[in-house]
Ligand binder design. Structure first.
Ligand code: ZN
Length: 413
């Protein structure tokens, strides 16, 4: 006996080999104990629906997709940079902004000053925006604490979001995000602290699912990034990287060398790095929100990713500085409009390929045995998810087979 059965749906399974979107018309989907127990054309259903399932729902031919996955966010942080945005648009120079206390270090200051309750409260508001659009899994990075206690505080808030809400949250330690004032002239000393002291301590507390760094001229060098990755390997932790966003330091190739889950941004990635990603199965995570907000012009090498068969994911990069983007659906549209992804590629980017970028094999496509994370959209065709600019959320969302009704209040405060 199944727990639930859904009928009269068009299901974008995202399973390869079933045609565009893995679409099945007039489909049925059954769940049992949080997983998909049956899926296929309704005409192939064995026996009468009412006899097979405790509950039967009819969906008036709405589209079902896998629950959406945002595989790159900086959701937990203190404050915001709206004032900086205003000043920039009034013509303030970079130096004036720095003098006014702007930039990433202003977010570090605000994150350090916020206590855990305040960080949690602000993060909940942003999480609700993503969940309202059908997000059932997201990644949250640290990287605005830049010392052991404050990185830990960010990661603990991320963990708490995952336990309080009906959403899966994976955590990424991004200690090597920027140089804090205490280490202003000692990047190597800072990397030592991140790699040798803080990472093992935070990992021992079960706060770290993956390790990330910002490999860039204004971030950390390839050699420094390598030291962080070697420390992650010692602890058996997977790696990913902010790579080749503003210049080519070989970051995508480096993370591929470590068998990393993903290289993110990748606007400047070289042919050699792309070949290394293809060989290692490293996903290219495209972040069109940052590209848009920074008014960048250098496109990621989409054609080369296609030719080499590098899987592409799409994420919000939700962060207060360069991508204050609270909408994964808008990221889908940006990916098509700005990067010329097809709507199929874009939807793969927030489902099956986003799951790969998080090392999750049990979600991102709808098939028997997969987690029953799915969204029911009041749309006729899946391409509409990328086509509408700011189209809003699904009619219903299910996480591990349970309907997510409303978005709160959280189960505990
Ligand atoms: Zn980022």
């Amino acid at each position: 006996m199944w727990d639930s059965l859904w009928l009269d749906a068009r299901i974008a399974t995202m399973v390869e080999g079933l045609g565009p979107y893995g679409l099945i018309d007039d489909a049925a989907l059954a769940t049992r104990e949080g997983h998909i127990a049956w899926l296929g054309p309704a005409r192939d259903l064995p026996g009468s629906p009412e006899r097979r399932a405790r509950e039967v729902h009819r969906l008036s031919n709405h589209c079902i997709t896998p629950g959406l996955i945002d595989c790159h966010t900086h959701l937990v942080h203190g404050g915001n940079r709206a004032r900086e945005f205003e000043m920039r648009l009034q013509g303030a120079s970079y130096q004036e902004l720095a003098r006014a206390g702007g930039g990433i270090l202003s977010t570090v200051r605000a994150t350090r000053e916020a206590d855990e309750t305040e960080l949690y409260r602000d993060a909940v508001a942003r999480l609700r925006a993503l969940m309202a659009e059908g997000v059932t899994t997201l990644e949250v990075k640290s990287g605005y604490g830049l010392d052991r206690e404050n990185e830990m505080k960010q990661l603990r808030v991320a963990r708490r979001l995952g336990s309080d809400f009906r959403v899966t949250v994976t955590t990424t330690f991004l200690g090597a995000h920027a140089l804090p004032p205490e280490f202003a002239d000692d990047a190597d000393g800072y990397v030592d602290a991140v790699a040798a002291l803080w990472l093992p301590a935070l990992a021992a507390q079960g706060l770290v699912d993956a390790v990330d760094a910002f490999c860039e001229g204004i971030g950390f060098s390839a050699a420094q990034t390598r030291r962080v990755f070697e420390a992650a390997r010692e602890l058996d932790l997977p790696v990913k990287l902010h790579a080749d966003q503003l210049s080519d330091l070989g970051g995508a190739g480096l993370v591929a060398e470590f068998g990393g889950w993903s290289a993110d941004h990748v606007e400047y990635s070289s042919e050699a790095s792309i070949a290394a990603m293809a060989a290692a199965g490293t996903v290219a995570v495209l972040l069109p929100g940052a590209f848009y907000a920074l008014r960048e012009t250098r496109m990621p090498p989409i054609d080369a990713f296609r030719e080499r068969g590098v899987a592409m994911a799409v994420a919000t990069d939700l962060n207060p500085g360069t991508a204050p983007l609270l909408s994964l659906r808008l990221a889908l549209n940006f990916a098509c409009t700005l990067f010329r992804l097809t709507p199929i590629e874009a939807l793969r980017g927030v489902t099956v390929n986003a799951a790969r970028a998080l090392g999750l094999a049990d979600r991102g496509r709808l098939a028997v045995g997969q987690r029953a994370d799915f969204a029911v959209w009041p749309l006729e065709q899946p391409a509409e998810l990328a086509y509408w600019i700011g189209g809003g959320g699904p009619a219903r969302v299910f996480a591990a087979g349970q309907e997510r009704t409303g978005l709160g209040p959280p189960m505990r405060q």
